[in-house]
Design a protein around this ligand. Structure first.
Ligand SMILES: [Fe+2]
Ligand SMILES: [Fe+2]
Length: 253
């Protein structure tokens, strides 16, 4: 069994949303325009631009999930929830781009259309890949994003109300997406119970928390003002989410 095939690299699990991945497991991101090569973009704005690219890619990611579930004969309710999540991610991309505009990249625009992001994929996911992706990209990565965003929103609440509200919207949706992924796993396991063994193996290498090179470029003390996660909050969020994912797999046996 080759459970690592098409698996995302560990640090790729620091994402906003659920980006569509290449056949080798890398997130496929859209192109940006409106950046002047002669003008330095603040690191905080770069972090939010990266978030907007990942969220935008997630529109295609969830469209892909919906198509894969449909081809696998999943309940229509799961297919509809994936389609709804794709629309959420469209809003998220706009929120992240709006924040990037405010913190130092006012002219940045995404110029790639959603359909072309899926062009690298020509075959929908099988049941095994669907379950593994639901665990790693959904329960773990989107759950981690939700847990980071919740904590950052609390830190922002006192000094930046409107920013906190935007973060809370993102957090609520990402939590719903992580819960959707849990329901996808439950369905996959109901169809093929031994898939749980593959899921347990997929969690084996996830002790170290993922990092974002974009976020690491921003001083920890400057992050809260820009709506970005501190290292302490990321550590706590990761511990919480990893424990929850392990509990989910154990209870699925
Ligand atoms: Fe999401
Ligand atoms: Fe998102």
């Amino acid at each position: 069994m080759n459970h690592r095939r098409n698996a995302p690299a560990h640090d790729d699990l620091w994402t906003e949303g659920r980006p569509i991945r290449s056949p080798r497991g890398r997130a496929v991101l859209p192109e940006l325009s409106g950046l002047d090569n002669d003008v330095a973009i603040p690191h905080a704005a770069q972090a939010w631009l990266q978030a907007s690219l990942l969220e935008y890619s997630s529109i295609a990611g969830f469209t892909w999930v919906a198509r894969s579930l449909e081809c696998l004969g999943a309940p229509i309710e799961l297919v509809r929830r994936a389609e709804h999540a794709a629309e959420d991610e469209r809003h998220h991309a706009k929120i992240c781009l709006d924040i990037a505009h405010e913190v130092g990249a006012p002219e940045a625009r995404i110029v790639t259309d959603v359909d072309s992001l899926a062009a690298l994929r020509n075959r929908t996911d099988d049941l095994s890949t669907t379950a593994r992706s639901a665990l790693l990209d959904g329960v773990v990565a989107e759950g981690f994003a939700a847990a980071r965003l919740q904590r950052t929103a609390v830190r922002c609440e006192r000094d930046a109300h409107s920013l906190a509200a935007q973060l809370r919207r993102l957090a609520d949706d990402e939590l719903r997406h992580a819960n959707f992924a849990r329901d996808v796993i439950a369905w996959c396991v109901s169809v093929r119970p031994w898939i749980v063994d593959e899921l347990a193996l997929a969690l084996d290498d996830l002790d170290e928390r993922p990092h974002s090179s974009h976020l690491d470029s921003v001083a920890d003390s400057d992050r809260t003002a820009a709506g970005l996660c501190t290292d302490a909050d990321a550590d706590a969020a990761w511990t919480e989410i990893l424990a929850g994912a392990r509990e989910l797999v154990a209870s699925s046996r």
